[in-house]
Design a protein around this ligand. Sequence first.
Ligand SMILES: Nc1ncnc2c1ncn2[C@@H]1O[C@H](COP(=O)(O)OP(=O)(O)OP(=O)(O)O)[C@@H](O)[C@H]1O
Length: 580
Amino acid sequence: MDQLPKRPANYVPLSPVGFLPRANAVYGDRTSVIYGRVRFTWSQTYTRCRRLASALLSLGVRRGDVVSVLAPNVPAMYEMHFGVPMAGAVLNTINTRLDAGAVATILRHSAAKLLFVDYEYTRLAGDALRILAGSDGAVPLVAVIDDLDAPTGARLGELEYEALLAHGDPDAELPALTDEWDAVTLNYTSGTTSAPKGVVYSHRGAYLSTTSLLLQWGVGTEPVYLWTLPMFHCNGWTFTWGMAARGGVNVCIRDTRPADIYRAIARHRVTHMCCAPVVFSILLDGDAAGRHHLEAPVHVLTGGAPPPAALLERVERIGFRVTHAYGLTEATGPALACEWRDQWDRLPHPERARLKARQGVSVLSLADADVKDAETMASVPRDGKTVGEIVLRGSSVMKGYLNNPKANEEAFRGGWFLTGDVGVVHEDGYIEIKDRSKDVIISGGENICSKEVEEVLFRHPAVADAAVVAMPHPRWGETPCAFVVARDRDAGVSEEDVLAFCGKRMARFMVPKKVVLVDALPRNGLGKVEKVKLREAARKLTPATVQTQKPTKGKTTTSTVGGRRDEHPVVAHIMAVSRL
Ligand SMILES: Nc1ncnc2c1ncn2[C@@H]1O[C@H](COP(=O)(O)OP(=O)(O)OP(=O)(O)O)[C@@H](O)[C@H]1O
């Protein structure tokens, strides 16, 4: 048997880029992309991507060069997921919500050769390029992407995307992929816990992740996919390539305001979308007036942050069918999915939501996922109680961090990739994340997972949003401090009320020693709560200096949501940091 060699007929490097020529051959006349009044078929998308690859080659882009893009979910952004690797280059999608300094850092670190900039981001890009020029970083060539539906004429340098495509030759010979381990994309982590790191995906890893996620989510042929998740986030959790594999329709929208989302769902009969849990609040807000009705269920894959069970329950009640996944940039997006069991359908809504809020089991492209004691690397028992670090192993794990041997050394250990997340394994084998290891609160020697306290806060009927962080405590070292956003600004909610609610539902040591009412939680570009900022605010709030205020004659004197909360010095500080 060993004498049977690999041949070109039976051994072809795996690459998600190959889904595009297949889509051209199989779904050629079907709609591929919709953006405003613009529509393309799969044949047109294929031709446009070939033109892009040929134009890049004529600009001198070569195998392994980095091509960066700063753009929202527009057709050009979609096409780059194929056109850039078709030229042998590596696509680097940059988070559009970063500031100029962070964009410059990414351009310098990745040594980008070319930068595509959507017309709305020319100012941000211009500032970043000036920073780069003022340092020792090589400045990339720049090409602007104008609005395809309503061109504005905006320019930043000489090059423009549509003009480049017009010059590209769709019949030009393109370099063949010879090694599936070649890099396909470079994505920077969100920087929630430390400086962003450059994560490199291989063609092989991206191919396997794409196919496994389509299976995991049960995506059949002809899905209509609404781009609410930024494509810059782990390449849209691989569904950029996945839609080509399924001959789906990519509905691209620039903004994700509730009206835009509901309009697109109704107009294009959307069947699927992905989003961070924070978008659920947007969807529920949009539905507050009861104006939006889903004519058919929309399947939503959510992840990126813990979705509180109460939020899952509410969003499912208005017609969204939620699949919950857990992942990270380093795992090409989703690594665990809460695979649903039919028998759970018979359970009451809150129980179903509780089960669905668990992060789940490994996706098929992983060889294994486990929770281990970080010191001994022994697996924790399946008791839903013993916490350890979530670790992963398999083909969807990144090649590694670009130019960062120290981070690679720390992340890969004993044949596993260490996620930096703390979790438990339940009896049925489902993993549940409890916290990021950096967010665990250690109070008098007890570990308190902030997510457990947050879950309770979310069950309070007057609470719309909540986050819990460590606050220094003279006796216990640290105690939980809760930051809470009220659902109804006028009705108000008091600190005492929240504390009493928690007191009845959790062990005493877990009850926050302070509740701060705020208008909004500071969130980063991907909707993740910036706990670093909250911790910084909580540090100034030790229980020794801030007394819990007591109600006077039936009227609460604590800061209420309807009141002028920014008069409270601590809240003023929070509002200041959340504006940073
Ligand atoms: N379903 C989920 N439930 C809870 N947390 C989640 C879920 N999905 C993702 N996360 C959190 O998001 C993290 C991955 O986020 P991402 O890769 O975007 O960058 P980041 O980890 O926030 O940034 P950095 O590593 O630079 O701090 C996971 O490690 C986990 O903490």
